[in-house]
Design a protein around this ligand. Structure first.
Ligand code: GDP
Ligand code: MG
Length: 714
């Protein structure tokens, strides 16, 4: 067999045209996700073999144009010019040809070897319009292939056309220049000739394209020609003359004339090949929008969706959660019974399974939430929600686009912080990242459930609701404060893309949900596993041998008696011994060290320790309390943790319990989230965010506890 030939392709296209769907259909799981160098724009690459070719494909950022105005455009353009992929596939939304072909035209001008992918062909076919594809291919001089990206239809045809183009290119491929009218064309040709003679000045840019860009006033090309070099000066002068000529002849500026020329070309082409049916998809969307983004109806509908979202998350998630809980419980009792009693078995059962197990039970909740969010995103509704929330978000010094990360934050801060990448300005990204952790993530919920269940019985639901609302109010106040002080500039203006509504596909939803859940799983496999082991060591050492032996002796004595009554006493002693060990361990010491700090909030030292360990993951707060209060948090003995907390001797009042929930809500998120903050906005902001949340949590809890006492609540 012949050695595989290499082929590098790039996918270009407007946002939401289906590039990523095509990319996924081509590569399956063989993809890498990273960032483009120097910017926080996601870069997806993948490779696969097809028909004897080893194909490498890259998913370029979505752009409408190839100017140098936005990061996405600069990234896409630099890749095309510098990396020179063998073939560029332009993924086009067939339902929106006029707008999409604007980019096609620019790609043709750039001189890339182009295949036009008429994606969303299913929708185009359904709307009743007709397109003469062969004619279109002839007109623009590029093969045209219909596909349905998210259903993997037409992908092979697309690849066949790509390979054919690649192989035929050697025989001379036709590039169609666009005419911008005689005024522009004349000066353009002159300028192109000049640039052709000075290729080294413009690097790998094709001369005609550089000439057009020069007339458009493109920043990057202008910069390339800004040197003192004689020829550069001559070209600059020629460009200025040409621009003046166009201005005089057309009474309009060159940039505008050129873009009109492109639209004119598209109009002309479409007139020849497209027979349009007027009842298009956008029309249906417009009708739906009249309800969903209605000034009065929009909000209640939106609230209803959010309510359903949370109901689903907690109701539906509860079933698999129970199964996992049962399984983890079974695993630890089985292992405890099988393994000989030793340090190692304690490390495995108490440390690893106890730690990771208490976290993994939330996976169903989180996956359900992510699935629901993916549904809202893929259907197009999320963009409408962001649009509606725009006004509300302005109160925080942000705009509607920041709303999506904040909503994801109710599931898990980590993917939420990563979702801030869709925001264009650094200011908006930083500010959003700072307040995302105030959206109560699902890892904090077990703490609320425990404390509210213990102290507020029937009113627990309402109390938990109040805690969530407190987080939202805190986010609004903090956002306002920061945007008035640290981020004085106004949020970047933006256009919220409102893609047409469509029914999400199972595959798209699965990929979306999985991508986010994966982050959560990785967190468990990595940080939480390591942290659980470290925590276990800190709780097991230094060993208080003298005390342990004393307990052992007493238990042995009782075992010798062996009657029914003493068995209970032995169990009590076991738990007491464990608690005594923890109290004298490193964790116990740390907890006592932070005690003075948390005492004014009404917390016990055990609660102080659990807050320290909660930095690893908020779920760990509950398991730490379980250990410190001499109760294992497994199944039936959960009640006894509540009893222990309620025990008057401990002195925890319902008021202190509430202050504790507020503290857990507001203080520093888990270490994984902190790492995510660092990655997105840098070490400085990461330290700031840790610090401000600690201070905020302490102050608010202090206020709640002290004022509560003053008015006689505690
Ligand atoms: P990108 O922004 O260009 O990467 O677009 P995506 O691949 O994320 O697709 C945007 C949306 O369009 C998703 O909801 C896809 O499921 C959907 N989609 C992609 N290709 C098609 C298609 O051929 N037909 C239809 N009806 N929907 C599609
Ligand atoms: Mg994409």
């Amino acid at each position: 067999m012949a050695a595989p030939k290499n082929l590098r392709i790039a996918l270009a296209g407007n946002p939401n045209s289906g590039k990523t769907s095509i990319f996924n259909s081509m590569t399956g799981a063989r993809q890498q996700v990273g960032n483009w160098p120097g910017v926080t724009v996601e870069k997806k690459t993948g490779s696969f073999t097809y028909n004897g070719y080893e194909i490498e494909v890259v998913d370029l950022p979505g752009t409408y144009s190839l100017t140098a105005y936005s990061v996405e455009e600069r990234v896409a353009r630099a890749y095309l010019v510098e990396e020179k992929p063998d073939v560029v596939i332009h993924v086009v939304d067939s339902g929106n040809l006029a707008r999409n072909l604007y980019l096609t035209v620019q790609l043709l001008e750039l001189g890339v070897d182009l295949v036009v992918d008429l994606n969303m062909w299913d929708e185009f076919a359904a709307c009743g319009s007709e397109l003469d594809r062969d004619r279109l291919a002839t007109l623009i001089g590029a093969p045209v292939v219909p596909t349905v990206g998210h259903r993997e239809i037409g992908i092979d045809d697309l690849l066949d056309a790509t390979i054919r183009l690649f192989e035929e290119r050697v025989k001379g491929h036709r590039h169609v220049p666009i005419s911008y009218g005689s005024h522009v064309d004349d000066v353009l040709n002159e300028l192109t000739d000049l640039l052709e003679g000075s290729q080294e000045l413009i690097g790998s840019y094709p001369p005609r394209w550089a000439a057009i860009k020069l007339l458009e006033g493109d920043i990057e090309i202008t910069k390339l020609l800004s040197s003192d070099d004689d020829r550069a000066r001559r070209i600059r002068e020629a460009a200025e003359r040409a621009a003046r000529h166009i201005e005089v002849a057309t009474k309009s500026d060159p940039e505008k004339v050129i873009s009109e020329g492109r639209y004119g070309y598209i109009e002309g082409a479409l007139k020849e090949v497209l027979t349009e049916e007027t009842a298009d998809r956008m029309e249906l969307s417009r009708r739906l929008d009249r309800v969903f983004t209605n000034r009065y109806l929009g909000y209640p509908i939106f609230l209803a969706f959010v309510w359903i979202l949370f109901q689903l998350t907690f109701r539906v998630g509860a079933y698999p959660m129970e199964w996992i809980e049962t399984f983890v419980g079974w695993l630890s009792t089985t292992l405890a019974a099988v393994l000989p009693e030793s340090m190692l078995s304690s490390l495995i059962v108490d440390g690893v399974i106890g730690g990771v197990g208490s976290v993994i039970v939330f996976l169903p909740n989180i996956m359900t939430l992510f699935l629901a969010i993916a549904f809202l995103e893929d259907s197009g509704y999320m963009a409408r929600a962001a649009f509606l929330m725009d006004r509300v978000m302005h109160a925080l010094g942000l705009h509607g686009k920041s709303f999506i990360p904040l909503l994801v934050g109710f599931g898990c801060s980590v993917p939420a912080i990563m979702a801030t990448r869709t925001l264009e300005s650094k200011r908006d990204r930083t500010l959003t990242t700072l307040i995302v952790p105030l959206m109560s993530c699902s890892a904090r919920l077990p703490v609320y459930l425990l404390i509210a269940g213990t102290f507020f019985a029937e009113r627990a639901g309402t109390v938990v609701f109040v805690v969530y609302v407190t987080g939202i109010v805190a986010a609004i106040l903090v956002g306002r404060l920061f945007s008035k002080t640290l981020f004085r500039s106004a949020p970047a203006p933006f256009v919220m893309e409102l893609p047409p509504y469509r029914l999400p596909t199972a595959k798209g939803l699965a990929i979306h949900t999985w991508e986010r859940s994966k982050i959560y799983l990785q967190k468990m496999g990595g940080v939480i596993l390591v942290a659980s082991i470290i925590l276990w060591f800190l709780g097991a050492f230094p060993q208080n041998t003298a005390l342990t032996e004393e307990y052992e002796a007493e238990m042995d004595a009782l075992r010798a008696v062996g009657t029914e009554e003493v068995l209970g006493r032995i169990q009590e002693l076991e738990i007491e011994a464990e608690a005594a060990q923890i109290e004298s361990s490193y964790i116990g010491r740390a907890g006592k060290a932070v005690y003075p700090v948390v005492r004014p909030l009404g917390f016990t030292w055990e609660m102080g320790v659990s807050l320290v360990t909660g930095f690893v993951a908020k779920e760990v707060v509950v398991s730490t309390l379980g250990v410190l209060y001499h109760t294992r948090v497994d199944g039936e003995s959960e009640r006894s943790l509540s009893d222990a907390l309620r025990d008057p001797a401990r002195g925890i009042t319902p008021l202190a319990g509430f202050a504790f929930m507020i503290f857990v809500l507001l203080y520093t998120p888990c270490v994984v989230a902190v790492v995510a903050v660092k990655r997105e906005v840098g070490t400085g902001w990461m330290l700031f965010s840790v610090f401000y949340q600690l201070v905020l949590a302490w102050l608010v809890s202090f206020g709640v506890y002290q004022i509560g006492q003053l008015v006689g609540l505690g």
